[in-house]
Design a protein around this ligand. Sequence first.
Ligand code: G4P
Length: 288
Amino acid sequence: MTIQWFPGHMAKARRQVTEKLKLIDIVFELVDARIPMSSRNPMIDEIVSSKPRIVLLNKADKADESVTRQWLEYFKEKGISALAIDAQTGTGLKQITQLSKELLKEKFDKMAAKGIKPRAIRALIIGIPNVGKSTLINRLAKKNITKTGDRPGVTTAQQWVKVGNELELLDTPGILWPKFEDQLVGLKLATTGAIKDAILNLQEVTVFALNFLKEHYPHRLKERFDLEELPDEVVPLFDVIGKKRGCIMPGGYIDYDKTSELVLREIRADKLGRLSFETPKQFTEINS
Ligand code: G4P
């Protein structure tokens, strides 16, 4: 579900996360491994500054492995703990408890020294819509917890979900908004499927995706669409893909909407292989 984030919703979502933070020891910030920056909330550092945090690069099964390694290195250099995971199959989830224990050792040692009875670590999952929060909670809990919906402002009673003996999760995640005022961020979110198509100009998203693939994954593009050469411009590329796949309108014109749907569907279904749509280098270049 795609949320329409109005200022009131944002303020409410932020308030709810702040309330939840009071109950927990550590935050698991879930991002999409294919776009770790674009799938973050723009104010996350400020919002969770009071708590230790692990960045979880989810859907790592869909991302380019070499780029994911670069991202893990990037976060490490910034002193931020990060793990690559696949919430759907459970890959990488075992490390979450271990890393949480390491990050909270001092706090828990202090509590023990004061004679406070040992307890499980309490955690909150935070992320933008569609990043895999419910999938992760269900995986960790090893049961199906009903999805409460992505509507910011929906209040439900807080409940703890046990993950083994050493970790407890709040059963409702913190839902925050993406940096959608940045057009490039919107295009990347749309390409990966985080924003639903109804509210977007599909052709615009596909132009972005094809240009990106042409530059970063030309061989995948050639192989998938059976192309000898890649045209320099994006419109002829659209044309040739449309023609090859039979997206033709009466009169022989290329059906760009149909071609767009097809290209995006195939990207999202990993038909062009594992893809990442941003690298740490792109961000360090911008910031330096
Ligand atoms: P949310 O609570 O953060 O909103 O996300 P949710 O768990 O509903 O996950 C969104 C979609 O992403 C789901 O697909 C889910 O199966 C998929 N997903 C979550 N984690 C992973 C992962 O690690 N790897 C892969 N490959 N997929 C993952 P869906 O139900 O098909 O929804 P949609 O794609 O139609 O939006």
